[in-house]
Write a protein that binds this ligand. Sequence first.
Ligand SMILES: [Zn+2]
Length: 120
Amino acid sequence: MEVKAKSKRIADLKAYLEVERDRLRRELERVEELGTDEERAGLGNHMADDATIVFEQARNVGMHRAQQRMLAEVEDALARIDDGTYGVCRRCGNAIDAARLRAMPMATLCLACQEEMDAR
Ligand SMILES: [Zn+2]
């Protein structure tokens, strides 16, 4: 019973992570397109509000980095589901609490280890 409940939970998480991965990939493509459009706009119109363009580009770069990091975490979680190490703490090897995984599906540390890391 417990094993069955666990695999159901993992299957749900996997479905969620796959949706999230696809969404992030689309977002990344969109941000990349926006980046090039603004570069073109900046070159074409020297009277344009350069500060706005610079700001927009900086924001895009920041967003882009955050999304790349998120995507890497999601892909990492999916890989761990496939190789059976998902939900196992990377540091101490104990199972990560199910409630914690629900709240943070990409968690790689159990709560105790996370708190120790945060306390440093
Ligand atoms: Zn741990």
